[in-house]
Design a binder for this molecule. Sequence first.
Ligand code: PMP
Length: 283
Amino acid sequence: MTVCYLNDDFVELSKASISPLDRGFLFGDSVYEVFAAYNKNLFRLDDHINRLNKNLEFLGIKINISDSQIKSILKEVCLKNFEENQIIYLQISRGAEEIRNHIPKKDTKPTLFICSFEMKSVPNKNNDTIKAILSSDIRWKKSSIKSTSLLANVLYKIKAEEEGVDELLMSDAGYITEGAVSNVFCVKENKVYTPPLDANILPGITRKVILEIFEELKLNFEEKKIDEEFLFESDELWITNTTKGILPIVELNEKIIGDGTPGELYQYVKQAFLKKIEDCKVL
Ligand code: PMP
C-alpha cells in the first residue's frame, strides 16, 4: 500500500482524488518539487523547500502552511511508506474553482499533494553510462520555474525513448541549456563547464551540490555559455538530477564523447557526491 498526502490528510494513493476543475489539470497552474530520501532521510531538504517557496512566490500562490509543517508532512510520508530509498513528489496547484476561468479567484485554496515512489536505482559505484541526443529548446522563457507544465519535456523524453537513448539535451540559439530532466556539465582540458543560471535553466539542487563539491575539491570550473561545437568536442559530459544523481553521457547524437567511458573527473566528483549521500543517510 502506498500512502500519500492530499490537502489535509494521509490517504492510500489509490483512494486519493482531486477535482477535474483543479487549475493544475486545467491550466498547468502549479509547481512541484522532487526529493530524494536515502535510508528515509531527505537529501538537501532546505534547498528544495527554498526553491519551492521561490516558485510559489513567482506564481503568487499562497499556501497556508509553514515550512516546518511541510517538512514534517514530507518526513511522515517517507516514514509511512516502507521503502528505504524513495523519490518523493510534492505538487502544489492554485486549487480547484467552480467556474473555469484563466484569471484565478483570490480565495481559492491551493491543492497540496505529496506522494512517494521507490527509488529504483540508488546512485552507486557502478560505472553506468548513458546516451543522449541534442534537440532545439522549444520551451517557454521561464524554465527556471519548476512548473508542472512539462509538455515539451514529455515530448522530449518520448523522442529520446524512440531513438533508443536515455536523455535529450537542448540548445537554444546554438547554446546548450539543459537536459529534458537534468542539468548539464562538460569537461574540456581538466576544466568543468556548466551553463549559468540565467540561461533559462532549472536551478537544479544536484547542480548546486556538484558546484559545492567543485569548491571543496578546489576543481577548476566555470559557469559559462556552452555552444554546440564545444559540447561535441568535450572530453567528458555529465548530467545531474535528484532521481539519478550524476551520470556520464558517453554518446551524443551517436558521436562518442571522450574515449566512450566514464571520465576521470567524473569518477572523482561522483565519489564526493556518493559521500554526501552517505552522510545524509546517517543524519
Ligand atoms: N532540469 C530539468 C528540466 C529537470 O527536470 C530537472 C529535474 N527535476 C533538473 C534540471 C535537475 O534538478 P534537480 O537536481 O533539482 O533534480
